[in-house]
Design a protein around this ligand. Structure first.
Ligand code: SF4
Ligand code: SF4
Ligand code: SF4
Length: 344
């Protein structure tokens, strides 16, 4: 659906987003909501399952920190949790991961309600802790990120390298997509929904969407285009500086992984590997086609790079491999559930 609605924030965007989430929770009759836990100190940001809208004051989706790809935990949670309807807040890279996981493992999303939020970028953990301490609290840092939503976030040159090269920071593909990039967040945000059924449940057919020719929509479009352009240039600079270490074929990646001994940290944190882990055969060998099947679905979240004890620039390495694997078919990971994996 390409209609968008305005969410007036009256000077308190975070408070308004929490109220909006509460409304969605009630109107969609969710049993629980899975969120990043931002209420447990500066250096922890774990996932948390809320079971009542009264707990939404603990939610802050604008914290510039990502310590795990939420999508990675969803198959396990859906297995053990009997909730008929579970909501989940996702960053765009997590939403892309979820779409790819469905294709790898026939993961069923019928009990899951996804809320995707434009991403203002995330910092490395030490940088986040330092900035949060300087600001007085993680909440104050998130407020600053929101204040700079119009410019696309704070200190982009300090972001994790995956975020500096993120090819798609805008919310899409969710049952509800909430937009903040390029917008005056203290005045309003925008949102859209994934289907007529959701629009109806949220009573949106009674509310006027923002007019197609409105400047409000073009502000968001322009901000996203500028950001993506900046990130393509960042990715080109990184690729240029790492040219000698980037892979030419899947075999290069396979050999790199085989040379890492027993370490599989990058695979263990990867959401795609959570449902389709490349097997290790006798002698520690990986099959090239399994590594290719993994990396053609790479969502660019960069959790592998955060986990690598050798500090390898895995966002650039795996991102480059993804492009080599998907360019011939024009496949874009996470773009659509209907687009099949480009497997030979
Ligand atoms: S990779 Fe993109 S969507 Fe994911 S945290 Fe970074 S900027 Fe956000
Ligand atoms: S390979 Fe790395 S960047 Fe790609 S989806 Fe897995 S963890 Fe994220
Ligand atoms: S995390 Fe780093 S060292 Fe470990 S297997 Fe991956 S690339 Fe190798």
């Amino acid at each position: 659906m390409n209609r968008r609605w305005m969410l007036k924030t009256h000077g308190d965007p975070l408070g308004r987003v929490r109220t909006f989430l509460g409304d969605v929770w009630q109107q969609l009759e969710l049993d629980s909501l899975l969120v990043p836990n931002t209420d447990c100190g500066i250096n922890q940001l774990e996932l948390r399952r809320l079971d009542s809208p009264g707990q939404l004051h603990q939610v802050n989706p604008f914290q510039p920190l990502m310590t795990a790809n939420t999508a990675r935990y969803l198959p396990g949670l859906l297995n053990v949790c009997s909730d008929a309807r579970m909501g989940v807040l996702l960053r765009p890279c997590e939403m892309r991961a979820l779409v790819e996981m469905v294709k790898h493992d026939s993961l069923r999303l019928d009990r899951l309600f996804t809320i995707c939020i434009d991403c203002l970028g995330t910092l490395p953990q030490d940088e986040y802790e330092w900035r949060a301490a300087r600001k007085g609290s993680p909440g104050a840092l998130a407020q600053e990120a929101l204040q700079f939503a119009r410019q696309g976030g704070i200190v982009p040159y300090r972001y994790r390298s995956a975020c500096q090269m993120c090819f798609s920071p805008e919310a899409k593909g969710g049952d509800v997509n909430l937009h903040v990039l390029g917008l005056p967040a203290r005045q309003y945000l925008l949102f859209d929904v994934g289907s007529e059924a959701v629009a109806e449940k949220l009573g949106l057919n009674m509310k006027s969407p923002v007019a197609k020719e409105s400047l409000v929509l073009s502000e968001w479009d322009k901000a996203v285009a500028t950001l993506v352009d900046r990130r393509i240039r960042a990715r080109d600079r990184v690729s240029h500086s790492l040219a000698a270490t980037l892979p030419d074929t899947t075999r290069d990646i396979t050999e790199m992984l085989e040379g890492c001994g027993n370490c599989q940290e990058c695979l263990k944190v990867c959401p795609i590997c959570a449902v389709d882990f490349p097997d290790r055969r006798a002698g520690g060998h990986y099959a090239d086609h399994e590594v290719a099947r993994w990396l053609m679905s790479c969502d660019g979240c960069g959790m592998c790079e955060e986990a690598c004890p050798e500090h390898r620039p895995l966002s650039a390495i795996f991102g480059h491999m993804r492009e080599l694997l998907t360019e011939p078919s024009g496949y874009v990971p996470g773009r659509s559930l209907e687009e099949p994996l480009p497997l030979n």
